[in-house]
Write a protein that binds this ligand. Sequence first.
Ligand code: S3P
Length: 441
Amino acid sequence: MKLRAHPAGPISGVVSVPGDKSVSHRALLLAAMAAGASRIAGLLEGADVLATADALRDLGVEIEREPAGEWRVHGVGTGGLGEPDRPLDLGNSGTSARLLLGLLTGHPFTTFLTGDWSLRSRPMARVIEPLRRMGASFVARSGDRLPLAVTGTTELLPIRHEQKVASAQVKSAVLLAGLHAAGETTVVEPEPSRDHTERLLGHLGAGLTIAELDGGGRSVTLTGQPELRPADILVPGDVSSAAFLLVAALLAPGSALRIEGVGVNPLRTGLLDCLREMGAGLELGHEREQTGEPAADIELGAARLVGVETPAERAPRMIDEYPILAIAAACAHGTSTLAGLAELRVKESDRLVAIAAGLEACGVEVAMDDSSLTVHGRGGPPPGGALIDARHDHRIAMAFLVLGGLARKPVTVTGAETIQTSFPGFASLMNRIGARIEILE
Ligand code: S3P
C-alpha cells in the first residue's frame, strides 16, 4: 500500500487512539493462563495482537470477540496449553514471538514459530539463552532466528537472569516461563523497562517482589506456579500511537488537540519528557488508574520547539518513539542529539538507518554513528518531497507521513500496509483532525 501525506494545516479535535499494543498482548497471554474466563475491553485489534490471539487459539485457548468489541478469553490455567497442529505464524510481531517462547518453555511439547521477512531476521538469542537455562530446547535457523522449534518442559528451573540491555520482551519471556517453575525466578534490568507484565501479573494475583537497585537498575522476582485469577481488563490507549498525533499537532501552527484515555505508565512516557524539554506545553487531565495502569487525557497546542539532547538512560522509556522524535527534531529550531539508540538496529527494521536515510531524503541534515543520531533542525517545514520505503516498519511509515504533513512538498510512503500492525485507521483518524493523507494504491 502506498500513502501520500500532503502539507496540511492545523491538527485539532478531541480523539482517542487504539489500545496499547504491549498491554493488549499481555492481556491475552495472561488471561489465557488464568483459571477461568476474562473479559478484555479496549484491546488493540491490530495485526500484531491478532497474531497473538490466533497463536493462543492454535494452542487450545478459546477466544471470542463479542459484537460490542469486547474480547472474552477462556483461560486454561498455568501449564494448560496444548500442542498446536501447525506452525504459529506471528507475522511482524516480535512481542508475540518472544513472549510466547516464554510461555511455551513451561509446556512439554514442540511448537514451530515463524513470521514475516522482518521478524525472521530479528535476533532471538536474547530469549533463547535464558529459556534454555530454564530447561527448554530450541532448534533455530542460523543466528538464532525464526523459523525455530521450541520444546518446553514441566521440570522447569527457576533462574536469576541478569540483562545486559534492558528489554521488556526478554524480561517478560523469562517471567512467563517462571510462572511455570517451582520457586523464584528473578530478572535484573540495568534500567527499568516497561512493566506491564508485572502490573498485570500482580492484578491477576501472582506474587511479585520489585526492588530498585543502586545505579538505577531494578530486579523483579516472581514466585512460580500461582493460580492466576481471571479478571476484567481495560486496555488504555497506546501512548506510542498517540505520539504521532502529538508531534503532528505540536508542529502545525494553530493546532489544539486532546487525546483521551492514553496510557501514561511512567516507563512509557520518555517522549513526553523530551517534548516538554523542547518547549511543548503538554497537559495531563483526568488522571486515573485502569487495571493497574495509569491513564490520562493529553491536551496540547502548537508550540515553538527547540533542539534537545536525550540521555541514553531514557531510551527504555521511549524506545519506540525515536522515529517520531526525530521528525520533531527535524522541524525544531537548533540541533538535537539522540543517544542510546543501539537497540533501534534490531527493531522491525534497522530504525537508526531508516530514520537517517528518510530524513536525508526529505532534505534534513543528519549524522549517525552506531548508537546515536544528530538532527539539524530546519526551524520550520523541512523540504520533504521524498519517496520513503517503510521497510516493513509501521513506526517508520507513520513518522514519515507526519513529516509529509509538516513539509513543503508531499511525502510518499510505500509498504504502508504495515501500519495495520499497531494503528488500524491511522490515516483516516489523522485526516479527521486535519491531515491530508491520500491512499494511492
Ligand atoms: C515491547 C518492548 C520493546 C518495544 C516493543 C514492545 C513489549 O522491545 O520496542 O515494541 O511489548 O515488551 P524490547 O523489549 O525488545 O526493547
